[in-house]
Structure formats: C-alpha cells, structure tokens
Design a binder for this molecule. Sequence first.
Ligand code: NAX
Length: 338
Amino acid sequence: MAKEIKVLVTGAAGQIGYSLVFPIANGDVFGKDQPVHVVLLDIPQMIEAVKGVVLELQDCALPSLKNITATSDVQEAFTDIDYAILVGAMPRRQGMERKDLLKANAKIFEQQGKALDTYSKKTVKVLVVGNPANTNCLIAATCAPSIPKKNFTCLTRLDHNRAKAQIAGRLGITANCVENAIIWGNHSSTQYPDVSHASVKIGDKPKQSVVEAVKDDAWLNGDFITTVQKRGAAIIEARKLSSAMSAAKAICDHIRDWHFGTPAGQWTSMGIYSTGKFYEIAENLIYSMPVYIDDQGCYKVEDGLSISDASRARMDATANELLAERNDAFTFLQGQSS
Ligand code: NAX
C-alpha cells in the first residue's frame, strides 16, 4: 500500500472547507488507492464545528481516509505535511476597506509561512485560497525561505473554470471541450481571462480556435471578460454567500493536476511565483500564468505565446494591482516588526 499523503486544510470549519474535505478524503484528488491523512485547522473558537466535520467524515466510511487530525494548534497542523491548502482567512466585513482585509490576512499568512518553514516537509506543496490569495501566497512564501518558491501557488483555477464554462455555454458544448484558456494575474476583478490561444472541439469537427468558433470578438473582448471577472460578486449577490462548491471543485482540480500532471498538450492556470523571466511580469509577485505540469508534479510556464497590445495592457494592469498590494502588505508587516 502507498505511503499516506498528509494534507492540511485550514479554515476547515468554513464553507469551502466543508465542501473540500469530502473529495480529498474520498480519493477524488490523489486516487482511490492512495491513503490520506486529513489535517483540519481552524481558530480555537471554531474547533467544536471542526469536530462536527470530523464526525461526518468518519460517518462517510471512506476506504482511502487513513487518519484525521482536528486542531487549532499551528505546530500540530503544519508538522510533516505534504500539501497545505490554506483556505482559512479573515472574511471581509461590512465597512472594511480592502487594505484592512489585507492587513488582517497578512498577519495570518506571515504566521503560517513561518510554520511551513519550521514544521513542514521541505517538499510541501502550498495552495493559498484565502483572499487576497496572490498576496497572501507571496507573504507565506517570503516567510518560508527554506521551501522553494516554486512550491507556492495560489488558486486561479476557479476563474479558469469559469472562463471555460462561459465559452462552453456560448457554444452549447460542455466545459471539457474547451482547452487552454488562461487567467493572467491577480485573483481579483483585474484578472485577465484570455481565450485568444484557446481551442474547442465541437462534435466531430476538427479542433478549432475559440475565436473562430465563437465568431464574436466584441463579446470575447467585452462581456466574456467582465462576466468572468465579476462572477464571484454575482454569486454573492445571488446566494448571499461566496462561492464554495465551485471553489472546492477548483481546489481539487488544481491539486490533482499538480500531483498527477496536466493532460497532454493542455496547460492550466495557476498563480505562481514570478521570477521576472516570463511575459515581462515583475519578479517577486504571485501572478497567474499558463503552466504545464509533468507527472512528477513539476510545472513549466508556457512561454511562447504571442501577446497582443490589448492583452499586454490588461496583463500590466493586473500586475500593477499586485505590486500595490505587495507594497501595502509588506509595509504593514515591516511596520509591525520594527
Ligand atoms: P468562511 O468564512 O466560511 O470560512 C473561513 C474559515 O477560516 C472560518 O472557519 C474561520 O474561522 C477560518 N479561519 C480564520 N482565520 C484562520 C486562521 N488564522 N487559521 C485557520 N483558520 C482560520 O470562508 P470561505 O467561504 O470558506 O472562504 C475562505 C476564503 O477563500 C476567503 O478568504 C475567500 O475570500 C476565499 N476564496 C478564494 C477563492 C479563490 O479563487 N482564490 C474563491 C473562493 C473564496 O471566495
């Protein structure tokens, strides 16, 4: 039997946590024959609720679920983990400025970055979901210098899936027939959903580009982009709660691809550490780009895409927002420690 994989989910009492732990424990991410040890972390006030999640997980009677730990102790949670899925974050409360949220969460991800550095395996793979996800991820990576920067990613797969679903809906096909969409930049309303390199397979027809199939550039450059950018807000408006089921599904897609690799010829979108080498994006940002992942879990940026002037402007706008977020977050953290 394979050695167990130890997976930490933070914010386990929250709504994404509730939708996420079942597929992980059920083998939908790492495979049905792969034993998993699920570690659930939340703040002390929520630990009773986490215990309820544990009871339910036990009652699912899952063959791949080897072990469950529920804790509010950061050291216990981060020790020897293989994957860290960092969902737990302070929600934006009414009247709270974006900067206030950034500050509250900067502290959480500083603490968790240090915990990764001190207690986790040096091979741990980290996915940050809690918002602002890109900047939180950068903070965690900076506070964990002993872990390679390529092991830190943030979730833009939900945006990627939303882009595929919009194209599929427009063409009356299912989302799996749409390949190679890209989300560039920040998981925020400045993100750039780009399907100028994407293709579709419609019935028996040969694969064709999305641009050819849709035949509506005004929609592709207008409503398509804004619909994806504002989808999170539309869900909050309708549900009075933020996306959880689709977020959990996207987290599973992200981790599964990172573990097993992307399908041949297809890239996916992940927020990754920018080294400054790709697409003229500044170094030391977590920026979403198209990546291929091999079966050893190593990703490689698709770096040969031609970028139009319009795309360049959108890519720079979201990079600029990330630079401003980085500046605010690190100014705050440095001010705190001096
Ligand atoms: P909930 O408010 O339902 O749950 C958050 C949980 O995190 C709570 O149980 C809370 O107690 C816990 N928590 C807070 N501080 C913690 C800490 N220091 N350590 C451990 N746990 C802590 O939020 P939910 O809807 O589950 O969303 C979680 C985060 O995901 C939010 O920041 C949200 O904005 C973000 N999202 C990010 C997405 C992405 O694509 N990157 C999409 C979905 C989601 O909106």
